[in-house]
Design a protein around this ligand. Structure first.
Ligand SMILES: NC(=O)C1=CN([C@@H]2O[C@H](COP(=O)(O)OP(=O)(O)OC[C@H]3O[C@@H](n4cnc5c(N)ncnc54)[C@H](O)[C@@H]3O)[C@@H](O)[C@H]2O)C=CC1
Ligand SMILES: [Mg+2]
Length: 340
């Protein structure tokens, strides 16, 4: 019998902020998302994160870490004019979020403007998002992913799929409308379940042939239309490794920008310790197998895996800390410790 969902942790945002300031911030954000005039005003005093062909601009700081530089709107206008662009282009910025001080945050892709010239003006470097995810700390990684996901969605949803006519965005970029059919389009994420299966003593990890060598992760799969998350989870585990899940515990969720926006719902699951035979669907996975606590602990200590002379990792390792798979594996290891 499947257990009901249970929240295993209380995220910081649930406890650390006063509800009044959080409520006023969310209401402010909603206003600028919905009202074009309010959004234009917010853009004047807002922060902008720059992208070039969807790669975010990062800056190396004196304190020896990479940061996501937040530019002022007037600075971006100045850069655009200086580099032969039109300063009005800045109005194409997409609203991402707002700071605790209620300053709106936007993402803007410099498009055809020369990459190196922008980098020089901004004292930064445009970095591929996968690498940027690895280099940024704390809340900057999800913020930069959100900014890129929204830019990508606008770049690929310029036309109505019903009429073929161009769609028009609102000022914040929270939607696009086809004025010919009246259809409103909203940015989309595909729901995915990601699950760490345990038999009580070991955990099950798998790898796709496209993963970097030696890397194993929790099993994941897209939800089918009409499925509950629990149904998708049970189906994916049955399909990919031939096991029947007995219990499910919710752990957390994450927006995952690669290769398109997914909404990752992360769970722990158990199987009967007498029914642990794995039969891998080779179409989906190259390998899946059980790992002991010792093996997992060792893998969790590896930040950058050692590589051979072809540049390929030579050991078993798990996804880095920014991936929710890492958190599932870490949580499982902690729980095993508590049990022993
Ligand atoms: N954040 C994390 O820690 C991790 C994230 N992931 C992500 O989870 C996602 C799903 O994992 P997979 O094992 O690849 O899924 P999967 O097991 O469902 O297999 C992928 C196949 O599902 C089909 N599919 C159905 N709906 C789809 C949709 N909306 N978009 C794309 N393909 C769809 C396609 O045929 C595709 O080849 C991937 O995007 C992967 O990047 C995977 C592991 C770790
Ligand atoms: Mg899968």
């Amino acid at each position: 019998m499947l257990q009901p969902l249970r929240i295993l942790f209380r995220p910081k945002w649930m406890v650390s902020r006063s509800s009044a300031s959080y409520v006023s911030r969310m209401r402010h954000l909603n206003k600028i998302k919905e009202e074009d005039e309010a959004c234009r005003a917010a853009l004047q005093s807002g922060n902008i994160f720059l992208y070039h062909k969807l790669a975010p601009l990062l800056r190396w700081t004196d304190s020896g870490i990479y940061q996501l530089p937040a530019l002022q709107t007037k600075d971006v206008e100045e850069i655009l004019e200086k580099l032969g662009g039109d300063k009005e282009m800045v109005k194409e910025s997409i609203l991402i979020n707002c700071t605790e001080q209620n300053e709106a945050q936007f993402s803007f892709d410099v498009g055809a403007i020369d990459q190196a010239a922008v980098e020089e003006q901004c004292r930064g470097t445009f970095v591929d998002l996968r690498k940027a995810f690895f280099l940024l700390r704390g809340s900057e990684a999800p913020l930069v992913a959100r900014g890129q996901a929204l830019l990508r969605w606008h770049q690929t949803n310029g036309f109505c799929s019903s009429t073929g006519q161009p769609t028009q965005r609102n000022q914040s970029g929270s939607q696009r409308v086809c004025h010919s059919s009246g259809i409103t389009y909203y940015p989309k994420m595909s729901p995915v379940v990601i699950v760490l299966v345990s038999d009580g003593k070991r955990c099950l990890l798998g790898r796709q042939s496209t993963f970097p060598r030696g890397m194993y992760s929790a099993l994941a799969g897209f939800c089918d239309i009409g499925e509950t998350m629990e149904e998708a989870l049970r189906r994916e585990i049955a399909e990919e490794v031939g096991l029947e899940v007995e219990s499910i515990q919710y752990s957390g969720s994450q927006h995952w920008p690669f290769p398109q926006s997914s909404f990752m719902v992360a769970c722990h699951a158990t199987v009967n310790p007498d029914k642990t035979h794995v039969s891998v669907d080779k179409e989906e996975l190259e390998d899946a197998r059980w790992f002991s606590l010792e093996e997992v602990q060792e893998a969790l200590t590896i930040k950058v895996p050692p590589r051979n002379n072809k540049g390929e990792p030579t050991v078993f390792w798990v996804p880095p800390s920014y991936a929710i798979a890492n958190r599932l594996i870490q949580e499982w290891a902690n729980q095993q410790h508590l049990k022993s």
